[in-house]
Design a protein around this ligand. Structure first.
Ligand code: FAD
Length: 394
């Protein structure tokens, strides 16, 4: 039996769960179609390998969803400032107080956010079909096991390799950076002081994000964007060799800003791409990585995905009652509203990547001079802080 305004969210990652919860709370009939949720069993001193820098906008959205309060505060790290280093003597320091804020971003584990979202979905009795999206039909979707589910709107939250996007024939463009993002957690010798650190080296970008202290002392999460051959060579090493390699490399790169750094977790590598899509088709809307992907150097991919979800909910809530949630002219409002923020984030992350991965001497000089100049301009700094907070298109 078909329900009015029924929505199927394909994908049970952070974007899928947040979309389903937000739509349910906004009064829509919604269900998730995705493989079963599996919680990672982490000991007290163990942290999920993926962590995110959540912007103030994302934090406020999660608060409105009731998810922020479900996350354990001792596993969330507020970031009060950032230090950005160029490959020359370029340097920019951003502090939250420079824009009258107490926090720039929050570092949150993927697993903790997933756990909280899943708990909230259960409280709101959102049904979860443990199956995979296989195809679109005239009335909804067909699953991999052959079930036919009816829906007025299919939300594709099935990640970067989205099958929903392919089946809906939504135009999609991809550029490979030929860089991988290598992530791991490290023990630091010196306190991180709730600061995030980033080094632009000319052929790689290294970010160290603050995490809660452990019995072994201060801890940071590393996101090292590096050429794929280098990443592959590193990933092929034994743990002891990785330890030695990182210690030498990070010691030289960071000038021991946080003292000795030691691997405290397994390392994982993710290929980095720049992707965009048209985001909609009749009865289909894409959110999260299914819709776009950006370089992680600004830590904004998930923030962009949560922005999609907020906008989609707003458009569906504001539509006239005679229009259906799957109508193209309704979805077109969603697509248009997301054009500018997604484009702005693509331009910023892609330009920064280009700027900081070229060896041409005049550009290298200019980027380091530029950083020193930015460090002396309070107005520009406030714009950068607002960008990190997700308050402007950036
Ligand atoms: C190294 C690195 C660091 C990053 N750091 C940050 C950061 O600091 N801050 C930030 O905001 N972002 C960051 N990002 C980006 C962020 O990781 C992604 O934007 C985010 O995880 C995307 O979530 P998603 O739910 O859209 O996709 P995914 O996490 O890929 O989830 C997709 C889900 O869909 C399911 N699925 C797949 N196929 C089907 C199907 N056929 N049917 C049903 N379900 C299906 C999968 O099982 C999965 O659960 C980073 C990315 C990288 C690579």
């Amino acid at each position: 039996m078909k329900t009015q305004h029924s929505i199927i969210v394909c994908g049970g990652g952070l974007a899928g769960m947040a979309a389903a919860l937000g739509l349910k709370k906004a009064g829509f009939e919604v269900e998730i179609l995705a493989p079963a949720y599996k919680a990672m069993d982490l000991a007290a001193q163990q942290y999920h390998p993926r962590v995110y820098a959540l912007s103030i906008s994302s934090q406020q959205f999660l608060e409105r969803l009731g998810v922020w309060a479900l996350m354990r505060p001792e596993r969330i790290t507020p970031v009060t400032g950032m230090e950005l280093y160029g490959d020359g003597d370029g340097f920019v320091q951003l502090d939250a107080w420079q824009n009258a804020q107490s926090t720039l971003t929050w570092i949150v584990e993927s697993g903790e956010m997933e756990r909280a979202l899943y708990q909230a979905l259960q409280v709101f009795s959102v049904p979860w079909q443990q199956d995979l999206f296989a195809d679109l039909t005239a009335t909804g979707v067909k699953t991999q096991s052959g079930q036919e589910l009816t829906a007025d709107l299919v939300v594709g939250a099935d990640g970067a390799r989205s099958l929903v996007r392919t089946k809906a024939h939504i135009t999609h463009h991809q550029k490979a950076y030929h860089h991988d993002g290598v992530v791991a957690h490290l023990n630091a010798e010196l306190p991180h002081q709730n600061m995030a650190y980033q080094w632009f080296t000319g052929d790689s970008v290294l970010a160290l994000l603050p995490l809660p202290d452990t019995d072994q002392g201060p801890q940071v999460s590393m996101v090292w964007s590096v050429q794929e051959q280098q990443a592959r060579a590193f990933m092929a090493m034994e743990a002891a060799a990785q330890q030695q390699h990182l210690q030498q490399l990070l010691g030289a790169l960071t000038q021991k800003r946080l003292g000795q750094l030691q691997l405290r977790s397994q390392a994982f590598a993710f290929p980095l791409t720049l992707e965009r899509s048209e985001m909609i088709a009749p009865r289909v809307a894409l959110v999260g990585d299914a819709a776009h992907r950006v370089h992680p150097l600004a830590g904004q991919g998930l923030n962009l995905g949560l922005g999609d979800i907020e906008e989609l909910i707003r458009v569906l809530q504001d539509k006239p009652s005679y229009q259906s949630v799957g109508e193209l002219r309704v979805l077109e409002r969603y697509r248009r509203a997301r054009l500018e923020p997604v484009l702005a984030m693509r331009l910023v992350t892609d330009s920064l990547h280009q700027l900081f991965t070229t060896h041409a001497a005049p550009i290298a000089l200019a980027r380091n001079l530029g950083m020193k100049l930015v460090d002396k301009l309070p107005f520009v700094k406030r714009q950068l802080i607002n960008g990190a907070a997700g308050k402007i298109g950036f």
